[in-house]
Write a protein that binds this ligand. Structure first.
Ligand SMILES: Cc1cc2nc3c(=O)[nH]c(=O)nc-3n(C[C@H](O)[C@H](O)[C@H](O)COP(=O)(O)OP(=O)(O)OC[C@H]3O[C@@H](n4cnc5c(N)ncnc54)[C@H](O)[C@@H]3O)c2cc1C
Length: 391
C-alpha cells in the first residue's frame, strides 16, 4: 500500500501565514492519522468517530466562524484548504467535515439570529454533536422546489410531516436544518427552513442504503411524523427557506469543490509516484509519452480547479456575490476529480484496479462530487443563469 506524498502544491496561491500553517497542520494530521485507516473505513462502511474527535480537537469545525462563538476566524479559504488536505487521503472524512460545517453549522450562524446561534453554533464548533442538512426528499432532489414535507403552525409549535433522504452525518447529528412547505399555494416561496433538535417526539432516523463510495461517511433518512418543532426554531422568516437553502449550497459548493480537489490531488500523487517508480520497456513508465501526457493533463486540471476554488472562497470572504464562482469551482473540480482518478487507475494498471491501492477508492468517492449539493448539470444551470443575468 502506498501513502500520499508531500509534493509542494500551493506555490503561487498567495496564502497568508495562517492559511499556510493550517494547511501544514491538517496535511500532517491527515497523512499520519487518516491515511492509515482510510481503506479500512471504506471497506467496513465505518464512520471513524475517533478521527472526528481529533478533527474537533484540532479546531477544524470552527475555522470559518468568529472567535466569539468558539471559532478561529480563519475564513472560508483556510476551511476549504482543510477539507482539501483531508480529502487528499480520505474523501469520506472530508465529506464529514464539509457537511458538518457548511451545511449543518453555517445556516444557523448566518440566519439563526442571536438565540439559535448561541444555542447551537458553539456546541457544533465544540463537537458536542454534529450538524446535518435535510433538503433532499425521495421525490425532490435537484428540483428541491418540489419539497413535500409540510409544516403547519399549531400554537407555539410547527408540526412537521414528511421524509428526507441521503442526509450526511444524520446518525451522529444533534441538530438538523430542514425544509418544509408552510404554504403550498406559493410554490418555492412557500418553503420554510427549520432547526430541528434531534430529541423531539415524532422525529426519527432511518438507516441509509449501502453506498458506492464515501463509505466512511454516514448518511440516513429523516422521518417526520407529527414532529413538533418550537416556533422559535424557524430559521429566518417564513417562506424564505428555499432561498436560505440555496445560499447555503453556494457555500457548500466551495467545500465540495475542495473535497474533489483533494481527491484529484491524492490520485495524481499516487499516479505520479507509480509512474516514476514502475519500470517497463527498459525505463520508468513516466518516460512513456502516453503516460507523460496524462500526468500533464492531470496537473493542468488540478491547478485550474485550485484557482477556481480559492477564488470563490476569497469572494465569499470578501462578502460579495459568489454563487457563479462557487458553481464553476464545484463543476470543474468534480469533473476533474472523476477524470484524474480514472486516469490514475489506468496509470497504475492492475494495481490501480486492486483494492490494495487507494486510487479505485478515490474514483468511487469522487463520483459523489458530481451529485451532492447540486449535480454537475445543476451547476451548469446555475452558471448559465448567471451568464444570462450578466448579458
Ligand atoms: C453521498 C451523498 C450525500 C448526500 N448528502 C446530502 C445531505 O446531507 N443533505 C441533502 O439534503 N441531500 C444530500 N444528498 C442528496 C443530493 O444532494 C441529491 O442526490 C442531488 O441533489 C440530486 O438529487 P436526486 O438524487 O434526487 O437526483 P435527481 O434530481 O432526480 O437527478 C437525476 C439526474 O437528472 C439530472 N437532472 C435533474 N434535473 C435536471 C435539469 N433541470 N436539467 C438537467 N439535468 C437534470 C441530474 O443532474 C441527475 O443527473 C446526498 C447525496 C449523496 C450521493
Amino acid at each position: 500500500m502506498t501513502t500520499a506524498t508531500t509534493t509542494p502544491i500551493l506555490d503561487g496561491f498567495d496564502l497568508t501565514e495562517e492559511q499556510t500553517m493550517i494547511r501544514d497542520m491538517v496535511r500532517e494530521f491527515a497523512v499520519s492519522e487518516l491515511a492509515p485507516i482510510a481503506a479500512e473505513i471504506d471497506e467496513t462502511h465505518t464512520f471513524p468517530k475517533s478521527s472526528w474527535d481529533k478533527i474537533v480537537e484540532l479546531g477544524l469545525p470552527g475555522i470559518p466562524f468568529p472567535e466569539s462563538l468558539g471559532g478561529s476566524d480563519g475564513g472560508t479559504l483556510a476551511y476549504a484548504i482543510a477539507v482539501e488536505e483531508i480529502s487528499r487521503v480520505c474523501g469520506s472524512t472530508g465529506l464529514t467535515l464539509a457537511a458538518h460545517v457548511s451545511l449543518g453549522t453555517y445556516p444557523i450562524f448566518a440566519w439563526g439570529g442571536p438565540k439559535l446561534t448561541e444555542q447551537y453554533v458553539p456546541a457544533l464548533i465544540r463537537g458536542d454533536y454534529m450538524g446535518a442538512y435535510g433538503l433532499t426528499e425521495p421525490g425532490a432532489g435537484s428540483d428541491s422546489g418540489g419539497t413535500r414535507t409540510t409544516a403547519v403552525l399549531d400554537g407555539d409549535e410547527y408540526v412537521l410531516n414528511g421524509r428526507k433522504c441521503f442526509i450526511t452525518n444524520a446518525n451522529h447529528a444533534g441538530v438538523f436544518i430542514c425544509t418544509a412547505v408552510t404554504d403550498k399555494s406559493l410554490g418555492s416561496k412557500g418553503i420554510s427552513a427549520f432547526v430541528v433538535p434531534r430529541d423531539i417526539e415524532g422525529f426519527s432516523i432511518e438507516k441509509g442504503e449501502q453506498k458506492l463510495g464515501m463509505r466512511g461517511s454516514d448518511w440516513a433518512s429523516l422521518v417526520f411524523e407529527d414532529a413538533r418543532i418550537p416556533k422559535d426554531h424557524l430559521l429566518g422568516p417564513e417562506g424564505e427557506g428555499f432561498l436560505t437553502f440555496m445560499k447555503t449550497l453556494d457555500g457548500g459548493r466551495i467545500s465540495i469543490g475542495a473535497l474533489a480537489l483533494g481527491l484529484a490531488q491524492g490520485a495524481y500523487d499516487e499516479a505520479k509516484k507509480h509512474a516514476y517508480e514502475r519500470v517497463a520497456f527498459g525505463g520508468s513508465l513516466a518516460k512513456q509519452q502516453a503516460v507523460q501526457f496524462k500526468l500533464a493533463d492531470m496537473e493542468v486540471q488540478i491547478q485550474c480547479s485550485r484557482h477556481l476554488i480559492y477564488h470563490a472562497a476569497r469572494k465569499k470572504d470578501q462578502g460579495v456575490r459568489y454563487s457563479k464562482e462557487a458553481a464553476m469551482a464545484k463543476l470543474h473540480s468534480s469533473e476533474t476529480a472523476m477524470k484524474v482518478t480514472y486516469d490514475a487507475i489506468q496509470i497504475l494498471g492492475g494495481y490501480g484496479f486492486s483494492r490494495e491501492y487507494p486510487v479505485e477508492r478515490m474514483w468511487r468517492d469522487a463520483k459523489l462530487c458530481t451529485i451532492g449539493e447540486g449535480t454537475s448539470e445543476i451547476q451548469r444551470l446555475v452558471i448559465a443563469r448567471a451568464i444570462d443575468r450578466e448579458v
